[in-house]
Design a protein around this ligand. Structure first.
Ligand code: SAM
Ligand code: SF4
Length: 331
């Protein structure tokens, strides 16, 4: 079976699967007014993929070479059957890595159960190490719980814990030293993500977007060295320092050639295939997920869609595509 490949010879071994679009946080750059069901949605919050549908979609992708699945959302841990989802994905033949992205809510109490169920990697979002500012950015006064959750994850045995921090001018962009001090003796990769413009964002982007280049410059000036990228590495630029156990990753979607390293496809919690975070309306797959005997048709539809993947997003032109916010298709 040929691996998934697009018209620009990019190969796709990595699926990001959103298991719900619901979230309990209100991050200023994502869901500032909290979760609301998408307009026109009759089913509202019950519209997400069932466990069986998840099993079928992951089997279909695994048969076409997918080796890594990231479970995301919304907030994936809000699903009551989340541990069963991890188990199902981890037990799919061909899947070698199961990761999740979480706001850290529930991490403290669930880290061990998720690890035991087969979760191999975790990304936890921490936009500020200052409790008041964390509250201001996320709408929740939960920094202490999230930090306890990260400690619980390391104690549970996770080898790969990454922290996502969205770079926000005037808010956390001057906290680099505090972040670097925090990871100095921890096996953590801290990932600064440039703020991306989405459809529902008003003046926030103009007011708070800052390029990761300034962080890169400061890292290089203080003895951090950029790692060479492997063929199948994602778009992050990664930096190491001899005096730090922790590493730093920069995700700069506005930088030149960002899309050249694209290795991921996305499926939303409503079962739509998205070829790009900032793409179009998505390709419906759900009608092919109701039974086990439609795997061939599912794979054909995915391959046909992939042939139309564009070389690059159009964020540079101020075009954020149809994505209202990243919670809608899984950031
Ligand atoms: N709720 C989980 C969380 O926050 O980790 C998973 C979903 S969230 C959409 C995934 C990641 O996307 C988070 O790290 C979040 O900070 C990031 N994100 C959301 N909106 C963003 C934006 N407009 N620009 C850059 N990153 C964004
Ligand atoms: Fe929720 Fe994650 Fe969006 Fe924050 S970034 S509102 S935690 S989905």
């Amino acid at each position: 079976m040929l691996p998934l490949q697009d018209g620009f010879s990019r190969r796709f071994y990595y699926l990001r699967l959103s298991v719900t679009d619901v979230c309990n946080f209100r991050c200023t750059y994502c869901l500032p007014d909290g979760y609301r069901p998408p307009e026109g949605s009759k089913e509202g919050r019950n519209a997400f993929l069932s466990l069986d549908e998840i099993r079928r979609i992951v089997s279909g992708f695994a048969a076409m070479g997918t080796r890594k699945v990231r479970l995301t959302g919304g907030e994936p841990s809000l699903r009551r059957d989340f541990t069963a989802i991890i188990e199902t994905v981890a037990n799919t033949p061909g899947i070698e890595k199961v990761a999740m992205t979480t706001n850290g809510y529930r991490l403290k109490e669930r880290a061990q159960a998720w690890f035991d169920a087969g979760l191999t990697a975790l990304n936890v979002s921490v936009d500020s190490l200052d409790p008041r500012q964390f509250h201001q950015i996320t709408g929740e006064n939960k920094l202490v719980e999230v930090m306890e959750g990260i400690a619980a994850a390391l104690a549970a045995g996770f080898k790969s814990v990454k922290i996502n921090a969205v770079l926000l001018k005037g808010l956390n962009d001057h906290q680099l030293d505090a972040f670097l001090g925090w990871i100095k003796h921890k096996p953590i990769e801290l990932r600064f993500i440039e703020l991306m413009q989405t459809g529902e964002m008003d003046t926030l982007f103009r007011d708070h977007h800052v390029s990761g280049e300034q962080i890169k410059r400061r890292l290089l000036e203080s003895g951090w060295a950029q790692q060479l990228r492997g063929k199948d590495d994602g778009p992050a630029q990664v930096f190491m320092h001899p005096g730090s156990q922790g590493r730093v990753g920069l995700i700069m979607p506005y930088s030149k050639d960002f899309c050249a390293g694209c290795n991921r496809l996305r499926v939303s919690s409503a079962g739509k295939l998205h070829l790009c975070l900032f793409g179009d309306n998505g390709v419906a797959l759900r009608d092919l997920l109701a039974a086990d005997n439609q795997q061939d048709a599912l794979q054909q539809r995915i391959r046909a869609a992939l042939a139309g993947k564009s070389a690059t997003h159009r964020l540079h032109e101020g075009n954020a595509g149809m994505t209202p916010h990243l919670a809608s298709i899984g950031g």
